[in-house]
Design a protein around this ligand. Structure first.
Ligand code: HEC
Length: 99
């Protein structure tokens, strides 16, 4: 019983701009990482892309920063290393609609 309460509390905190412990497998592609760590929250929109980014947000650097630092609601992913982060950010740009 007590452990159930702790698990639920943990999930609530993770959903509230906490930190994710996810670390990608060596050689994971952007798509693998997205499916494993991001797709549970980010689903495709009506036009088929996952994100709508304006020009300032639509750079690999800005996306990488969002992933490592998180946001108001989005958890941070500090364990995604720089090579993986670059692959994942490029993949995010590929599946985004840029306005
Ligand atoms: C627990 C749910 C959750 C997970 C997991 C998650 N995100 Fe997010 N993400 C959000 C929410 C909510 C926002 C918008 C509010 C904010 O910025 O906190 C967001 C915003 C973003 C944005 C900014 C553009 C936009 O649509 O607002 C990007 C880019 C992004 N996420 C990428 C990712 C990537 C890549 C991953 C996987 C490494 C990921 N997210 C995992 C919830 C999540």
């Amino acid at each position: 019983m007590r452990s159930t309460v702790l698990v639920v509390l943990g999930l609530v905190m993770a959903g509230c701009a906490g930190k994710e412990t996810y670390s990608p497998a060596a050689g994971a592609t952007g798509e693998d990482m997205f499916r494993e760590a991001c797709a549970e929250c980010h689903e495709p929109k009506e036009h088929g892309s996952y994100f709508e980014l304006d020009k300032e947000e639509a750079t690999a650097t800005a996306v990488a920063e969002k992933i490592s630092k998180g946001g108001f609601m989005m958890p941070a992913f500090p364990n995604i290393g720089s090579a993986e982060l670059k692959r994942l950010s490029d993949y995010v740009l590929d599946i985004s609609k840029i306005e």
